[in-house]
Ligand binder design. Structure first.
Ligand SMILES: [Zn+2]
Length: 396
């Protein structure tokens, strides 16, 4: 069933809605200070928003002298669905209008099963969240996919790790199924938006967010906005060549960064280290579980296994080399490292940092923090909710 959500009528209203989303309930006076509208104009726009039901009066604001007024807040019944489709699992969360996560589910799933099977799973999870009483319906849904997306049509384009998704109308299909507006973006961009809204990049205008999961990508935030490039493939750094005649990559080229270091490449290297006898710790874990992943490499490194530590260091060096180039080019205020391999923790971070600080100019790195993301798997779903809220909170 389609839920009819009002949309702001003009840019002033849109800014007020986003202000309330990012800062929570606020008084008319304080909102007026922040968006530079005359008192009378602000009163008109707030009254119109109250009529749409998108905002409500909420408690008395602190007095600034004179008559006390009510605080304004976003309607408490507004609900966004945030979906983060990974290569090996899917996260689905429901948030309120301030993008606070009210419920969050994760389910293992192989993205290669294709859109129909994956959508079925997502709809099931969304229904479960509704049945738990967290939402009556959704006012919008944001979807992240692990590959390049033609934005704003919401269509994945030739995604190397998502066979079967090329050209699939994700936005249109899910909008029909969910009965609400849907926006689709690359998972890395959503992670950047999530860390910017509620994580380590709060209030940072220019930063890079490097996600190292099954693949590698980079969210680029410029002046507070995600930079997607002309066709939506900006930040696809996993396919930058790091070895002249290197390993074959899923994209068809050779020597790409993610063919040498990513969750998938690391699994391969870990298996080899275990089978060749170079890593007793990985061999023991392989024997016990029958398979290996980045988690095992982290565990082996934690007990001092030399081969595991070397894998992490080497990978960090390769990523660091690419990030050093990006830092020289972009001069960010912050570099955030996130994704499945962040479990490799300090060893990975240390080798990335040493490469970047060694290779980039002091003016670019002098005050440059390179840090792990703060939100983990929540970053993607909050970013997805943020994406769709930007759409819903903009003039129709
Ligand atoms: Zn490639």
């Amino acid at each position: 069933m389609r839920r009819m959500t009002a949309r702001p009528a003009n840019a002033h209203q849109a800014r007020l809605l986003r202000l309330l989303r990012d800062g929570g309930p606020n008084s008319r006076a304080q909102m007026g200070d922040q968006i530079d509208l005359s008192r009378s104009k602000l009163a008109v726009e707030v009254d119109r928003l109250l009529e749409t039901g998108l905002v409500v009066a909420d408690g008395l604001a602190a007095s600034r002298g004179g008559r006390r007024s009510h605080n304004i807040r976003l309607a408490p019944g507004l609900r966004f669905l945030g979906v983060d489709i990974g290569a090996t699992s899917v996260d689905v969360a429901v948030t309120n209008a301030e993008l606070e996560v009210l419920g969050h589910l994760n389910h293992p799933m192989d993205v290669r099963e294709g859109p129909v099977a994956v959508f079925e799973r997502i709809l099931e999870m969304a229904a479960k969240l509704r049945a738990a009483g967290l939402a009556e319906g959704f006012d919008g849904a944001g979807i992240g996919v692990p590959g390049p997306v033609r934005f704003p049509e919401g269509v994945p384009v030739a995604p190397p790790i998502m066979p079967g998704w090329d050209g699939f109308p994700v936005r249109e299909a899910l909008s029909q199924e969910l009965g609400c507006p849907v926006m689709v973006d690359n998972d890395v961009n959503l992670m950047a938006m999530g860390e910017q809204h509620a994580g380590v990049a709060r209030s940072v205008g220019d930063f890079l967010c490097v996600k190292i999961g099954t693949g590698i990508g980079c969210g680029i935030v410029v002046g507070g906005e995600v930079h997607r490039g002309v066709t939506g493939s900006a930040g696809d750094i996993g396919h930058i060549r790091v070895e002249a005649d290197g390993r074959a990559c899923a994209c068809g080229n050779k020597g790409c960064l993610e063919a040498h270091f990513s969750g998938a490449a690391l699994t391969q290297d870990a298996l080899e280290a275990a089978r060749s006898g170079r890593s007793p710790a990985l061999a023991a874990r392989l024997e016990a579980a029958g398979q290996l992943s980045a988690v095992d490499v982290a565990a082996a490194a934690a007990v001092g296994d030399a081969a595991a530590l070397e894998l992490i260091r080497e990978g960090g060096n390769r990523v660091g080399q690419v990030i050093a180039g990006l830092v020289s080019f972009f001069n960010p205020a912050l570099v955030v490292i996130g994704g499945g391999v962040t479990g490799l923790g300090h060893t990975l971070l240390a080798s990335i940092r040493s490469q970047v600080y060694r290779q980039s100019l002091p003016l670019a790195t002098g005050n440059l923090p390179i840090v792990l993301g703060e939100l983990g798997p929540t970053a993607g779903v909050i970013g997805a909710a943020r994406l769709i809220s930007d759409h819903v909170f903009s003039p129709a």
